[in-house]
Design a protein around this ligand. Sequence first.
Ligand code: F6R
Length: 611
Amino acid sequence: MCGIIGYVGKENAVPIIVEGLKKLEYRGYDSAGIAVYSESGFFDVVKQKGRLTALDARLADFPAKGFMGIGHTRWATHGEPSDINSHPHVGNQNKIAVVHNGIIENYKQLKERLEKKGVKFISETDSEVIAQLAEYYYDGNIMETVGKVANRLEGSFALGIMCVDDPGTLIAVKKDNPLIIGVSGHGNFIASDVPAVLKHTNKVYYLDDKEITVLKKDTVQFFNMDKEPLMKSPETITWNPLNAEKGGYPHFMLKEIIEQPKVLRDTISSALSDNENKTVIRRIDITKFNKIVITACGSAYNAGFAAKYVFERLCRFPAVEVELASEFRYRDAVIDDKTLVILISQSGETADTIAAMREAKSGGAVTLSIVNVVGSTIAKEADFCLFTAAGPEIAVATTKAFSAQLVLLYILAVRFADRLGKLPETAGGGTETEDGLLKEIEALPDKAESILEQIDSIQKYASACVGYKSIFFIGRNIDYAIALEGSLKLKEISYIHSEAYAGGELKHGTISLIEENTLVVAISNCKRLHGKLMSNAEQVISRGAKVLLIGNSAGVKPDDKLSVIGLPESCELFSPSLSVIVLQLFSYYVAANKGLDIDKPRNLAKSVTVE
Ligand code: F6R
């Protein structure tokens, strides 16, 4: 939530910052702003409510230029989106400019104290207090000032700070919000995420909490809060800068859906070939645990919910619980050193998932994270970490990272089941061997490709669905988990009301909402429950609904009430990886036909770093 970038170097900071902000716009897009240290010896500040295109237009009217600057794209938490509430914030004396990502929990107390001393606040934000406090403390040494300010702030923050008295020095500090430092031949950067700097460098440092960075055009130094220098090593990012571009697609979301066969291949190979993920999986001795708790938010939770069925079925483990991280963190859950807590997060920075991880650790549990972003907080703090090989995911609605999470979870379940002695040496009687299951997983990328060949028919079907006011998703067993994901995807990007139900639950209330021409999407991959799900479909059809069946189409005759999108034959435990692609494409084309801003849905932001 909120993207920040800063640059100090040999080139004009303005286009570099604006371009970086465009790569961070997925983090927030209700307003944006930029401050540069200009040749006049002051800050030029341009702030604008609305998308970055609006800021771009303002910058054309007020050209700013300088070799050091900071920029911000906002997802409002305190104060409505407006020019004044946009960042950067500058103190009353125009000496210090600040961009902030996070929430300052004690801002009211700090503000009251500063107001009593005559400081005038102009915005409704919590962030302005940082600039005003910095000016209040400033005594000629900006680094010391930043240290004092950081010690006073409660809550979460990633900050970029400039002072007019020190025109070649950019300062960064963070707590519980991500910040990276990029180093390049022409200058140095701070940013909320790697894609913002990828065009300039693949060498980045990941800041830890309460580390202060002093950036100049050709040096970067790190200090702790006692101003002692710290030694840090840069990491080399292997992401291809082109992965963070649309590459000719109308939206990142479509590009990311289409990348899934490759992402599946890369992620499977990362866990099965000799490589870091394989080593991590080997190091976890599942026999030491008597409970697995999977916790995450949003789609990552849905991936965990699907995985629960796989863990239970293959490992026959006594307890596999799945819980939303926002609930788990406050539940006082019964966990101990015999509990393995699995945290799933694309960004590795989701505030609730971080809190759940810390809660689990403080209860003595062992933590294993599944994360897409190297160097992120969850990746660094969990006891074990597996990386999804999804590459940068830019669209706010997750697709390829979700698919990568699923396959890693399948592989984990198969390996755990084998370690627990639950898999037979030879197949038979409906049981699968470890090799057989892994072969099924390895076959998924080709099957995903064959689904993408049906893209035209999915688009055609979705185009006819734009008029629905409400769409229901049903499934049973693992198909119910994926129904939840289908429903979430649809509502977040198309703004159509949607709910997902376990097929058997419909009769317990929801069926009263079914009327003439309601659409019900039924997912059916569980063979032994196919007949039951088809009965649920019949029940809604006989009350006027239309049904789209995704999955097992054997013996099903489509008609004007029942449409079918068949899936390639696969082991039902791993079928969510196939049905989800149809659901993603369905949602995408419904939203595209409504002409919506698919990559940046209203009110949402990727990487929810605030509670
Ligand atoms: C939905 C979506 C969100 C995220 C959730 C968790 O399409 O993207 O529901 O899955 O905010 O984010 P991460 O995985 O970064 O922890």
